[in-house]
Design a protein. Structure first.
Length: 256
C-alpha cells in the first residue's frame, strides 16, 4: 500500500542567546584580597631544626656569660632553670595548638621568648598559651617550698622563691608580659579602642610607679607598654579587615 501521508516540516527559529554581562573587578574585594596577601606575606618560611638549635645555643651562651658577670654563678643558674621551665610551657602549648616555626631564644640580661606563627588561632587558645608559661613555674615553686618545709634545705627555699617571684611578676597585666597578653585576649581582643585606652592607662601607671620608686625595671616596662600601643592598634585594625566578610560575601549571605 502506498503511503499517501505527507509530513509538514516545522521550521524552528533559533533565538540568539545573549552573553551574560561580565562584572568588573570589585574595588572592595580587591582591597580585602590585598590585605589577605599582605598578611600572608608576613608568614616566615619554615626554618630547619638545625638553624633553630643554633640560634638557641648562641643566645643561651650569651645570656649565661653576661649573667655570670652581673649576677654570679648561683643566681644565673637559678634564673636559667626558671626560664627554661617557663618557656618550655609556652613551647609545648604552641606546638599542641598547631603553631608553625616555633622557636625559643634567650635575650641576654632580660629573659627568653618563644616565637611562632599561628594561622587563625582562636583567642582562647592564645590565652591558654600565655598561661602555660607562668603557671608551671608557680607550681614548681610551690613544690620546692613544700619540700623545704620537710628537709629544711636553704637551696630549695631560694630556688622556690626565684620560681615564684619571676613567674608571679610575669602575670602582671602588662604587655608584653604573659599576664598582659592573657588580659588582652580575654577582655580587649574584641574592641581595639578599649584595648588602646587600657594600654595607655597601664603605661601611665607603670611610669608613675617607676618615678615614685626610682625603679629602672618599671620604667622599661612602661616604655615598652607605650611603644606597643600603636602597633597593637594597627594589628587589631588589620585583623578586623582580614576576618570581616567582604562586601560580596555579605551580599551572598542575604540571598535566599
Amino acid at each position: 500500500m502506498e503511503d499517501t501521508s505527507t509530513s509538514n516540516p516545522v521550521e524552528s527559529e533559533q533565538t540568539p542567546q545573549r552573553a551574560a554581562p561580565v562584572a568588573g573587578p570589585d574595588p572592595q574585594e580587591s582591597r580585602y584580597q590585598a590585605v589577605r596577601e599582605a598578611i600572608a606575606a608576613q608568614q616566615n618560611p619554615q626554618r630547619s631544626w638545625l638553624k633553630n638549635a643554633g640560634i638557641l645555643l648562641v643566645s643561651l651562651i650569651l645570656f649565661f656569660q653576661l649573667g655570670l658577670l652581673k649576677w654570679g654563678l648561683n643566681a644565673v643558674g637559678a634564673i636559667l632553670l626558671v626560664i627554661v621551665v617557663h618557656e618550655a610551657g609556652h613551647w609545648l602549648a604552641m606546638k599542641a595548638f598547631g603553631y608553625r616555626n616555633v622557636q625559643m631564644f634567650f635575650i641576654p640580661l632580660i629573659g627568653a621568648a618563644v616565637a611562632g606563627r599561628g594561622h587563625r588561632v582562636a583567642a582562647w587558645k592564645e590565652a591558654v598559651v600565655s598561661l602555660c608559661g607562668p603557671l608551671p613555674g608557680i607550681l614548681v615553686g610551690c613544690v620546692l617550698m613544700i619540700l623545704h618545709m620537710f628537709v629544711q634545705n636553704p637551696v630549695l627555699l631560694q630556688l622556690g622563691g626565684v620560681f615564684l617571684a619571676l613567674n608571679l611578676l610575669n602575670l602582671l597585666p602588662i604587655r608584653p608580659l604573659d599576664g598582659g597578653r592573657f588580659v588582652h585576649q580575654v577582655l580587649f581582643s574584641r574592641n581595639r579602642y578599649v584595648e588602646m585606652v587600657a594600654n595607655i592607662l597601664m603605661a601611665g601607671v607603670l611610669l608613675l610607679i617607676a618615678l615614685a620608686l626610682g625603679s629602672f625595671l618599671f620604667g622599661i616596662l612602661g616604655f615598652l607598654q607605650i611603644m606597643s600601643v600603636r602597633q597593637s592598634f594597627r594589628m587589631a585594625t588589620v585583623c578586623l579587615l582580614y576576618t570581616s566578610p567582604s562586601p560580596r560575601d555579605r551580599t551572598r549571605s542575604r540571598m535566599p
